[in-house]
Design a protein around this ligand. Structure first.
Ligand SMILES: Nc1ncnc2c1ncn2[C@@H]1O[C@H](COP(=O)(O)OP(=O)(O)OC[C@H]2O[C@@H]([n+]3cccc(C(=O)O)c3)[C@H](O)[C@@H]2O)[C@@H](O)[C@H]1O
Ligand SMILES: Nc1ncnc2c1ncn2[C@@H]1O[C@H](COP(=O)(O)OP(=O)(O)OP(=O)(O)O)[C@@H](O)[C@H]1O
Ligand SMILES: [Mg+2]
Length: 276
């Protein structure tokens, strides 16, 4: 890829992922809360359902759900914001998760431990004769089962309450495809679309979130063998590098090429299933 092709492709990615040049936290909060409220009133849905992990993305999306439900109610609509705690057994940062739930102020919070379902599926797969390359490969696959069990739990609640499932994907995850296909990637509404990680943090700070949660080290926390593994370690890139790339700020050629490659390789995760 020539320099010109690289910068052209970068511009296209920024456009496709809807990353605006300028950013104003107040404007983003207003626009995104209004979007969620409009979805509630237009679809007639009665609930916004969201998993709260203890990380900054769900904390931010949760507070936007609170604002949106309040707005929809003011317009005469009946709706609630339902938070879900979805630990796999005992979660190491449970205290952060509890504080995050409190900050987002849900109408109710349901806790569903995804461990039994995850372990049962993993055991059935092994019984079927499925063999993994090694223990780390199995752990990685089971990590994605955890994410999909969370999706199943959220859709069960959404189905029962006539709700909509809220996802937390944003531009810095979308560009790298750093989410589980049909797991945390499975949602009805994605209010953080187009935000870089630092902009998610800026929105969270503006919403008044506790500082340590705003600055918390991001983790998918899916692998049992390496709990709380920082995303940056798994990605081999820092969020600052990813954000700089998406915000059109200076990045090394190597970072730009890595991200363009990653974006191409993960195109299937941002698209509908491929058809003939
Ligand atoms: N070219 C192609 N066209 C159509 N489909 C294609 C495909 N290549 C793979 N696939 C399918 O996609 C599957 C792989 O996708 P997937 O199952 O998602 O698995 P994969 O992308 O390998 O793993 C998910 C990654 O996202 C990270 N993650 C997950 C969840 C949350 C977070 C977080 O930040 O919190 C991060 C996780 O740590 C891991 O690194 C393949 O097994 C295959 O079925
Ligand atoms: N243990 C959990 N309990 C409830 N929801 C979860 C849990 N783990 C993940 N999720 C859901 O999956 C989403 C994706 O996880 P992800 O790690 O990208 O976001 P986060 O934890 O909110 O923020 P960060 O990326 O900074 O860790 C979360 O935003 C949340 O909605
Ligand atoms: Mg997380």
């Amino acid at each position: 890829m020539t320099e010109t092709e690289l910068s052209q492709e970068r511009r296209e990615i920024i456009r496709d992922l809807e990353v605006p040049e300028s950013f104003d936290a107040d404007a983003e909060i207003g626009r995104r809360a209004a979007f969620l409220a409009e979805r509630l009133t237009t679809t007639g849905a009665r609930a916004l359902v969201l998993g709260i992990s203890g990380g900054v993305d769900s904390l931010t999306a949760g507070r936007l759900c609170r604002l949106a439900v309040d707005r929809a109610r003011e317009a005469g609509h009946t709706a609630e914001y339902v938070a879900m705690r979805l630990p796999y057994g005992a979660q190491k940062d449970e205290e952060d998760a509890a504080r995050a739930v409190e900050f987002t102020s849900p109408d109710r919070c349901l806790t569903v431990d995804v461990r039994a379902a995850t372990d049962a599926m993993a055991a059935s797969l092994t019984e079927s004769g499925m063999v993994y390359a090694d223990a780390a490969a199995e752990d990685f696959v089971v990590g994605n089962i955890k994410a999909r069990q969370r999706m199943i739990a959220q859709y069960a609640v959404s189905g029962g309450l006539r709700g909509l499932v809220v996802g937390t994907d944003h531009a810095a995850e979308a560009v790298t495809g750093f989410f589980t296909k049909y797991g945390d990637g499975g949602a009805d509404l994605v209010p953080l679309t187009g935000l870089t990680k630092r902009r998610v943090r800026a929105v969270a700070a503006r919403l008044g979130a506790p500082d340590d949660l705003v600055r918390k080290v991001p983790t998918a926390d899916l692998e049992t063998l390496t709990p709380q593994k920082p995303d940056e370690e798994a990605l081999g890139l820092t969020y600052d590098q990813i954000d700089d790339f998406l915000e059109g700020l200076p990045v090394s050629d190597q970072v730009a090429r890595t991200l363009v490659d990653r974006y191409r390789l993960t195109a299937h995760k941002r698209a509908l299933p491929t058809a003939p």
